[in-house]
Design a protein around this ligand. Structure first.
Ligand code: PAF
Length: 303
């Protein structure tokens, strides 16, 4: 059974029972759980003796009040999902537990949040960084698990942990996809049946980029032009960005001469979807494969 905790003080009582040898893993979520979260839970379960999922729809990361209002809140279903996945604790605080007074101190993210999703969602990553740091302080996990689907978020959280000396390890977990390639997301449930049929085109664009890069194309303009061709002829899809970025600094690259993350954001109707894919140029394929076998331990934290 999963124990639901609403207040930080309740967690402190639980924490007092945690043994020195226990490894506490945290999976921060906003609920509306799906198989993508399931993969994070499974990874956490593999590495941790105590697993906590936080469920909190964080008001300070929404740039549009309407988006916050319609965000699905289905706690009973989420707790059942957590129980089925063997999660020990759900931390589901009310707003006044996380923000007992108006928040005046924030994590300033800087250039990591100035492009990609940060460009069109002002204050979003500041809100994410702030709530994640608060959760880390409240729950004090040893490991924290984040999905690679939100790649900019993952990179920013890694940087917060590194630069603000937070004593935990961030684990990135690969994206889980539907059988047609669509990355799993709580937002997918907002798509109409017709929009849902179009949604895998984002992943197809990423795959086109991956193929071109694997064949040796290095010019980002040429790669982007070819990859987004099909999207440009689909009026229902409005492309927001299609970028090739350095996996660590997440800054856009001019030339693909090392592994890159290709990242996309697009609107289908009223729903904004994001996705990304690791792409590697041919000369590096063997080096890359070696690096993966060598450095990915049971808990992989490299990007
Ligand atoms: O990815 C999410 O669901 C949220 O941004 C997070 C990390 C739980 C912070 O509110």
């Amino acid at each position: 059974m999963t124990t639901v905790i609403r207040r930080a003080a309740e967690w402190s009582k639980v924490a007092a029972w945690i043994r020195r040898e226990d490894v506490v893993g945290l999976v921060p979520t906003m609920g509306a759980l799906h198989e993508g979260h399931g993969a994070l839970f499974d990874e956490a379960r593999r590495h941790c003796s105590v697993v906590v999922a936080s469920i909190f729809v964080n008001p300070i990361q929404f740039d549009q009040a309407s988006d916050y209002d319609i965000y699905p809140r289905v706690l009973a279903d989420d707790v059942a999902f957590c129980t089925a996945r063997g999660i020990d604790y759900v931390f589901a605080p009310p707003n006044d537990e996380m923000y007992p007074e108006p928040q005046r101190v924030f994590v300033e993210i800087g250039e990591l949040s100035e492009h990609l999703c940060g460009r069109t969602r002002p204050g979003h990553f500041r809100g994410v960084g702030t709530v994640v740091l608060k959760l880390f302080h409240l729950l004090q996990p040893h490991l924290a698990f984040f999905g690679e689907k939100d790649y900019q978020q993952l990179a920013i959280v890694r940087r917060i942990v590194r630069e603000l000396n937070v004593p935990l390890r961030v684990v990135g977990v690969p994206t889980i996809r539907e059988s047609d390639g669509l990355a799993m997301s709580s937002r997918n449930r907002r798509l109409s049946a017709a929009e849902r049929l179009l949604a895998p085109r984002l992943y197809q664009a990423l795959q086109t980029a991956r193929q071109l890069i694997a064949r040796g194309e290095r010019n980002v303009v040429a790669i982007k032009g070819r990859a987004v061709q099909a999207l440009r002829t689909t009026p229902e899809i409005r492309l927001e960005y299609f970028e090739m970025i350095d996996p660590e600094s997440i800054q856009p690259v001019d030339l693909v001469n090392a592994p890159v993350r290709v990242a996309i954001a697009a609107w289908i109707g009223k729903t904004r979807l994001i996705d990304n894919l690791l792409c590697e140029p041919p000369a590096l394929a063997h080096v890359f494969a070696k690096r993966q076998t060598k450095t990915v331990g049971p808990v992989s934290s490299w990007m």
